[in-house]
Design a protein around this ligand. Structure first.
Ligand SMILES: [Zn+2]
Length: 450
């Protein structure tokens, strides 16, 4: 498989540390609020990468952290007047609820920064001892001038980075680009003991230590949004290299979600929450929308885009209903499989891969129209398998049901149980007038979007 490598600025073959295993780390959330659509894209891109590699037969080790101690959490908790750990726990629960709802597989390991503070302290101690870091009045800093290859990931020399680096006002920081490894606690802030005084680790050292602890030196791939290339990922890498480790072999970065052409972020205040984006849409619509744009390009999530992918999903579902399972496909070598794999192996070209699937949908339908059931079943079986590789179950409509509709369903089931069929019909009409398809099953009423 070939992927764009941020450090090499080229599409290159991914050389695995162990030919049968793919190990990757993705910078996870700093938990201080509800996930937005940009987080949905992050979750879906790496879920697709993982599922595809598993479908290809690799054993995947997927690690993604939860940053549960960080300046933003402390600031947000203070503004809400709550304990930072309570805010972090509630936000993490919301994160995984969203992830589950999107059909994203949970990582094999979800390390929490607060569980690794002692190891982070030991790592910082090594960097101080080797002269790569120094204590200052408010914490411990990494000295970027001491690492010749600092800037390797961004592929820019230190001089050009200096100009753009955010300058923290610290009296005895040796250079503006030096960054905090350990931050001494101010009164009332969460704190852990260290040789330099009570405090907390910096964000960058958290990821370095957790990735190396769980995946070891030279793990295969590190992923993150392209807004984290500098300084976060550059600093993660610098710390590891200064500590004598080989860090990620390959760096993958995905594009941001935009809204009206601007990056979507909490600091700009233009975020679209996942709940709002998915209201009235099949949850798979967002996955298909993400698949239809290349992971490295910025993308916009709009109601029109989601309506469009919802319509495309109906084409997949109606094929699945029209041609029941039972075809075997022809396994390795069918035309659609070959095209699909070629696209996916070419820098995760999911727009090309999904287009190949929809070509096959048309083909299966025309075989079925012509009465060639055997070929129709074979192509439909491929479509099912390839959709599965992308995490798109087909043939069942997964709709977000709002609380009001759920309540009507409950009332209708109660009316039917009480043999009040007039009332049951009345509720059915009401649901239909709100755009639901209402179906009766032995277990009760089921509703879905047409
Ligand atoms: Zn990170």
């Amino acid at each position: 498989m070939r992927l764009w490598d941020t450090a090499l600025r080229d599409v290159v073959e991914v050389e695995l540390r162990d030919p049968n295993q793919f190990s990757f780390y993705v910078c996870g959330p700093t938990v201080y609020g509800a996930p937005h659509v940009g987080h949905g894209r992050l979750l879906l891109i790496y879920d697709v990468l993982r599922r595809y590699l598993e479908w290809r037969g690799l054993e995947v080790r997927h690690v993604s952290n939860v940053t549960d101690i960080e300046d933003k959490i402390i600031a947000q908790a203070a503004s809400e007047g709550i304990d930072p750990s309570d805010l972090a726990a509630a936000s993490e629960a919301a994160w995984f609820e969203t992830s589950d709802r999107l059909g994203v597989l949970r990582p094999n390991h979800v390390p929490h920064a607060t569980e690794y503070v002692e190891k982070m302290g030991a790592f910082i101690g090594k960097l101080v001892a080797s002269g790569h870091a120094y204590p200052a009045s408010d914490g411990v800093y990494f000295e970027v001038a001491k690492l010749a290859e600092y800037g390797a990931l961004l592929n820019q020399p230190l001089d050009s980075l200096r100009a753009g680096a955010r300058v923290d006002v610290v009296e005895d920081k040796r250079a503006p680009a030096d960054f905090a490894l350990w931050k001494l606690a101010k009164p009332g802030e969460p704190k852990w003991p260290s040789p330099w005084g009570e405090g907390r680790p910096g964000w960058h050292i958290e990821c370095t230590v957790m990735a190396l602890e769980l995946l070891g030196d030279g793990f295969d791939l590190h992923g993150a949004g392209d807004d984290l290339i500098f300084p976060h990922n550059e600093n993660e890498r610098a710390q590891a290299v200064a500590g004598g480790h080989r860090f990620a072999r390959h760096w993958m970065h995905h594009g941001m979600l935009t809204s009206g052409g601007e990056k979507m972020s909490r600091s700009i205040g233009n975020v679209l929450s996942l709940d709002d984006a998915l209201a009235d849409h099949d949850v798979r619509a967002l996955r298909l929308l993400v698949l239809r744009s290349h992971y490295r390009t910025p993308m916009e999530v709009t109601p029109v885009g989601l309506a469009d992918t919802s319509a495309a999903l109906r084409r997949l579902d109606s094929l699945a209903r029209r041609i029941p399972e039972g075809g075997t496909g022809d396994g390795g070598a069918s035309e659609v499989r070959t095209k699909f794999v070629a696209h996916m192996d070419d820098d995760l070209d999911t727009p090309g891969a999904t287009a190949a699937i929809f070509d096959a949908v048309r083909q299966a339908n025309s075989y079925a129209d012509a009465g060639d059931d055997e070929r129709a079943r074979a192509v439909a079986a491929d479509v099912r398998s390839l959709c599965g590789a992308l995490g798109l179950p087909i043939g069942e409509t997964v709709t977000t049901v709002d609380a009001a509709a759920e309540e009507l369903v409950r009332q209708r089931d109660a009316a039917r149980a009480a043999k009040d069929f007039a009332r049951a019909d009345e509720i059915k009409l009401q649901l239909e007038s709100e755009g639901w398809v209402v179906e009766d099953f032995p277990a009760g009423t089921k509703i879905r979007r047409p």
